[in-house]
Design a protein around this ligand. Structure first.
Ligand code: SF4
Length: 283
C-alpha cells in the first residue's frame, strides 16, 4: 500500500493552495531520487530500511556529544568532557565487530577533543540544535541547526560535518540547507544572518561563506521550486496512484549502494555497500 502522505493539502476550487511542509533533508531527497523520496516519506506501511551504517553512528554520536557539551556547567566544558560525551553517546550499530567499533570510537573522541580545544566554552551559542522556520510562496520550511552563534550584530550558522572527505568553501556556498538555515534563523530570531560555516571534525577545518541578499534569494527560490515539484507529484499521485513509477522515477547513481531502500528497488542492480563502508580507520 502506498499513500500520498500527510503533508500535502487538498486543493479546493477557489481556495488558495496550502503551504507544503518541507525540510532541507526532504528537498534534498526529492532532488537525489524521487523513488527514494516516495519510499521514505509516502509509502504505507513503511518499507523496512537497510541495516544501520557505521558512518551514521559516528555522526550521531559526535553531534550528540557536541550538543550535550553546551549543557554542562561552564567549568566542566573541557575537551576531555567532550570525549566522555562521545563515549556516553556511542553505539555499535553498523560496525563489523567490536574491534572496529572501538577504533572508530577512539577516532571520534579525538575529533571532538581536538575541535573543542579550539572552542571558547564561555561563548554561549544563541542556539544548539535549534529549530528555525519560515515560509515561501509555496512552502512552510523548517530545519534544525547544529549551532547558531551570535557574533557582533549577526547570527552565524554552524553545521558539523563528520564525513571522510575535506570540504571547501564552494560547498558552503552551494548548500541549500545552509541557506535555508540562515533564512530561518534570521526570521525566527529576528537578527541578520548571512554567514554560514561547515565545521569538519576529522580535519578541524572550517569553511566559511557569506551570503549576499541575491545568493540567499536564489537559494530560497530554488528551494521553493523543488518543494513545489514534490508537492505537485504528491497531488498527482493521489489522483493516479497506479502511475507511481512515472510520478516518482528512480534516479540510479553511484550512491545507490548506500540507499536505505536498495533492496526494494529494481533500478539498482549492484551490491549494497557494506554497513561499515565509508569510515576511514587507516590513520
Ligand atoms: S536504489 Fe538508487 S534508484 Fe533506487 S531508490 Fe535508492 S537511490 Fe533511488
Amino acid at each position: 500500500m502506498t499513500s500520498a502522505g500527510e503533508n500535502v493539502q487538498p486543493e479546493l476550487d477557489g481556495m488558495p493552495a496550502r503551504l507544503f511542509s518541507a525540510t532541507p533533508t526532504r528537498l534534498d531527497m526529492w532532488l537525489s531520487c524521487p523513488r527514494k523520496y516516495r519510499m521514505n516519506y509516502l509509502d504505507s506501511p513503511k518499507l523496512p530500511k537497510g541495516p544501520p551504517r557505521a558512518a551514521t553512528t559516528m555522526g550521531i554520536a559526535v553531534h550528540n556529544a557536541l550538543k550535550d557539551w553546551w549543557k554542562l556547567e561552564l567549568a566542566a566544558r573541557t575537551p576531555d568532557s567532550g570525549g566522555s560525551l562521545v563515549r556516553a553517546n556511542w553505539r555499535d550499530d553498523g560496525f563489523r565487530d567490536d574491534e572496529q567499533s572501538q577504533g572508530a570510537l577512539a577516532r571520534a573522541v579525538a575529533w571532538v577533543q581536538g575541535y573543542l580545544s579550539r572552542v571558547n566554552p564561555e561563548f554561549e551559542p544563541r542556539g544548539v540544535e535549534r529549530t528555525v522556520s519560515f515560509t515561501t510562496d509555496h512552502l512552510s520550511l523548517q530545519g534544525r541547526v547544529d549551532r547558531i552563534d551570535e557574533r557582533g550584530d549577526e547570527l552565524v550558522i554552524v553545521d558539523y560535518k563528520t564525513g571522510r572527505h575535506p570540504l571547501n568553501e564552494a560547498e558552503a556556498a552551494s548548500s541549500l540547507a545552509l541557506a535555508i538555515y540562515a533564512s530561518g534563523a534570521e526570521r525566527t530570531l529576528r537578527k541578520t544572518c548571512v554567514q554560514v560555516e561547515l565545521h569538519h571534525l576529522p580535519t578541524g577545518e572550517v569553511q566559511v561563506h557569506r551570503h549576499t541578499p541575491e545568493s540567499r534569494v536564489r537559494h530560497i527560490a530554488r528551494a521553493d521550486q523543488i518543494g513545489l515539484e514534490a508537492a505537485t507529484a504528491q497531488r498527482e499521485f493521489k489522483k493516479n496512484p497506479e502511475e507511481l513509477d512515472l510520478i516518482f522515477p528512480p534516479t540510479p547513481s553511484s550512491l545507490c549502494g548506500y540507499c536505505d531502500f536498495a533492496q526494494h528497488c529494481d533500478a539498482f542492480t549492484g551490491t549494497p555497500a557494506l554497513p561499515w563502508a565509508g569510515i576511514d580507520l587507516t590513520e
